[in-house]
Design a protein around this ligand. Structure first.
Ligand SMILES: [Zn+2]
Length: 418
């Protein structure tokens, strides 16, 4: 019914303005979307799927732990992928395969006519090969390296597939589950997937971190190492030029005086520095690192320019040379207008329907950026609250994961259609 009304409105708008593009065809108000999501939530089959999740809590916890204990350092994901592949095969999904980047892909075919929705959870961990992982459960938490990042989300996807199957739910669009490699190093698994599947994916949900809210853009992260190169020499050697540590100190102090905006969210950090190896020599190579982040590529470019000017100035003033290495660089992943897109609005409605008041931010830093940079609408969220990610003390709360799994299930249905 509401569809027809918006059709008429669209027609009227087209007649008046003669423009179609300015009026999104599928635009729906938050109230309409909330009603749609509620309808899915109230569907008897969806309730059966949620019941299935409640009735299989112990099995979910056991499987979550078992997968966590198969360590999968970036670039060494095959063993963990095999465990997941075996489970996927038992779910009778179509088209289970690996691509040439080692991503494990499984398709749950829709009935047709709906959008293709990708759900991604990454296989890899930051922990070194050979690390023996043994999870412990105490006071409502699971402790194990990698239990949260990103095994909680792998388990959430597996549990939703079982719940959908048990409840006999069919979606309109295809649900494509992608268990990706190398997220923690350079997102090369996701990058490979989006390159191969561009044009075939309508939306891309990266499950990584998050619980109550989600991100709709990726923050740009640039790392640099700046060197001042001087003549060095003994403490008593003729000066100037002084030790190259002097321009370094002055440059650092001036860089920290630069205005770094909080909106758009931006950060600047000088974390590492070095100079001479001994006390009684001038630094011939005084260096420091800069970690520059922003959700705006214009802000990054502007700060880069200002930092370069300071470095030039100090190098000249002290008669030393300057060299800059870019350690790594990934731009902010932003699609203009994406905050008001259907994907973001539906995701917001789903989070609200689950009882969250979701933080919605443009500061993602995960595989969602790979999709956004390829022009594919994407968000990132997660299935449960965890702490100490990337540390040996990593741990997650158990109880909220079941709610998180239901949220992911609702997101799958709201995005792919029922
Ligand atoms: Zn992660």
């Amino acid at each position: 019914m509401s569809r027809c009304i918006s059709c008429l409105l669209l027609l009227a708008a087209t007649l008046v303005t003669g423009q179609l593009n300015s009026f999104p065809v599928a635009a729906q108000t938050p109230t309409e979307l909330a009603a749609q999501v509620k309808q899915i939530q109230d569907n008897i089959k969806v309730q059966a799927a949620n019941k299935y999740i409640d009735n299989h809590r112990d099995e979910i916890l056991r499987e979550w732990i078992a997968i966590t204990e198969v360590n999968a350092p970036s670039g060494h994901e095959q063993k963990r992928a095999k465990v997941i592949e075996r489970l996927l095969r038992s779910y009778k999904l179509q088209d289970i395969r690996y691509d040439s980047a080692g991503n494990l892909i499984a398709v749950r075919k829709g009935t047709g006519g709906g959008p293709v929705v990708v759900f991604d959870a990454h296989l890899d961990t930051v922990f070194q090969p050979g690390l023996k992982i043994k999870a412990t459960v105490r006071e409502g938490r699971v402790y194990a390296p990698g239990v949260g990042d990103d095994t909680r989300n792998i388990e959430a996807l597996l549990a939703t597939i079982r719940a959908l199957n048990a409840a006999g739910i069919k979606t309109k669009g295809d649900l494509v589950f992608v268990f990706t490699t190398q997220e923690e190093t350079n997102m090369s698994g996701a990058e490979h997937f989006v390159r191969e599947n561009k044009g075939k994916v309508d939306s891309y949900v990266a499950l990584d971190g998050g619980f109550e809210g989600f991100t709709y853009a990726g923050i740009g992260i640039n790392w640099y190492k700046h060197h001042f190169i001087g003549p060095g020499g003994h403490t008593r050697s003729r000066t100037p030029p002084y030790s190259a540590s002097l321009p370094l100190a002055r440059a650092i102090s001036r860089i920290y005086e630069l205005k770094v905006p909080t909106s758009p969210p931006s950060n600047l950090n000088i974390g590492m520095l070095g100079g001479s190896e001994v006390v009684n020599a001038k630094a011939a190579d005084a260096w420091f690192t800069v970690d520059l982040r922003s959700t705006s590529n214009e802000v990054i470019a502007d700060l880069e320019k200002k930092i370069a000017a300071i470095l030039q100035d100090e190098a000249q003033r002290h008669g030393v040379k300057l060299s800059t290495e870019v350690i790594s660089s990934s731009p902010a992943a932003v699609i203009p207008g994406h905050r008001d897109s259907q994907l973001v609005k539906i995701s917001e409605a789903v989070h609200r329907a689950m009882g969250f008041n979701p933080p919605i931010t443009p500061t993602g830093s995960n595989n969602s950026s790979a999709a956004l940079l390829a022009g594919i609408p994407s968000i990132s969220t997660g299935a449960g609250p965890c702490q100490d990610s990337h540390a040996l003390t990593e741990n997650c709360e158990i109880e909220p994961l079941y709610l998180g799994i239901k949220k992911i299930l609702l997101l799958e249905l709201a995005l792919a259609g029922m």
